[in-house]
Design a protein around this ligand. Structure first.
Ligand code: BDR
Ligand code: CA
Length: 309
């Protein structure tokens, strides 16, 4: 199985991504490294623990990580995810606790311990933990197999400012470091995740699938409200699960290997992922920037895997 670490700020869509990974025998989840993002760190850690219990995986290591971006104040998204970050269904307080130690140390130690080129990082929140690990231990950078992340937007523009997507906007300095690291990157921007929209039929199908399916249905219903009111869209965009779905079935997606740079200075464009789609700059390609998904195939995969949990 392919070894992955999910770096996350759960988040309803993060939750679905984690469940999809745990349900998939092709992947070995070495642990969850938790970051502040959608909500402050104490909530994201708690949500991760709740999820592990829900998934029947209380053994999975969960490490608390950075509670604020590298050099900025934390921006959160309670307006999308609710006060806890995982609003929609009330789950019991987790009985398990976070694994002692810092998520950044977990990332460094795991990458040094495992054979080079065998661990894939899957960041689905702000990139603070990953960038901090790279800064502190540059030797681990070349040991990473690949980074498959959710973040950015180009044609679809922003969701937290007109120009920027939330994960990149929260910690643009961290994103800049990761995009310049030389590690092969696969990027799931809003351009593709806004095409991974839940349908009523899919949510109803989930709700009929037992405890875990019911949780997924309640989360997506909560999450959908924001997009419906804001964009008039029908359905909730399942941003973060796109990363895991790509690891399982890359043939569902298409994009281009291009240069993507992060804006860290722009007054109006802070956190923008400037994607050289037409290769007009001559700058070296550093990322596979995904733009399309076979949504039917994506939701079938989710149903099948989460149904098995
Ligand atoms: C991203 O930001 C968060 O709100 C979601 O969990 C996702 O990772 C979408 O912009
Ligand atoms: Ca997220």
């Amino acid at each position: 199985a392919r070894k992955i670490i999910i770096d996350t700020d759960p988040g309803q869509d993060d939750a679905v991504a984690i469940l999809l990974a745990l349900a998939s025998p092709e992947l070995e989840v070495l642990g969850l490294s938790i970051v502040a993002g959608n909500v402050p760190l104490h909530h994201t850690v708690r949500n991760a623990l709740t999820l592990c219990e829900l998934a029947g995986r209380p053994d999975l290591p969960v490490y608390a990580g950075c509670d604020a971006p590298i050099s900025r104040k934390l921006v959160t998204a309670e307006h999308v995810h609710g006060k806890t970050g995982l609003d929609g269904i009330t789950l019991p307080d987790p009985a398990i606790q976070a694994t002692p130690g810092h998520a950044v140390d977990f990332l460094i130690e795991t990458l040094r311990r495992e054979a080079p080129g065998t661990v894939t990082l899957v960041p689905i929140g702000p990139l603070t933990n990953i960038a901090t690990a790279f800064q502190r231990a540059p030797d681990i950078i070349e040991r990473v197999q690949e980074i498959v992340l959710m973040g950015g937007a180009y044609f679809e523009v922003g969701n937290i400012t007109p120009a920027a997507e939330f994960n990149i906007y929260v910690d643009p300095e961290a994103a800049k470091l990761v995009f310049a690291s030389g590690v092969p990157l696969v990027v799931m921007p809003l351009d593709v995740t806004h095409k991974a929209l839940t349908s009523r039929a899919w949510v109803d199908g989930m709700a009929a699938m037992g405890r875990i399916g019911q949780a997924v249905a309640s989360w997506t219903d909560f999450f959908e409200r924001y997009d419906r009111e804001k964009y008039g869209s029908n359905g909730a965009p399942l941003h973060d699960p796109c990363t895991i779905a790509w690891l399982l079935k890359p043939e569902l997606f298409s994009g281009r290997h291009i240069n993507v740079e992060i804006e860290t200075e722009g007054k109006l464009t802070l956190g923008m992922t400037v994607a050289d789609w037409w290769r007009v700059t001559g700058r070296e390609a550093n990322a596979t920037f995904i733009r399309d998904v076979d949504a039917t195939g994506f939701f079938d995969l989710l149903t099948q895997r989460i149904g098995d949990l």
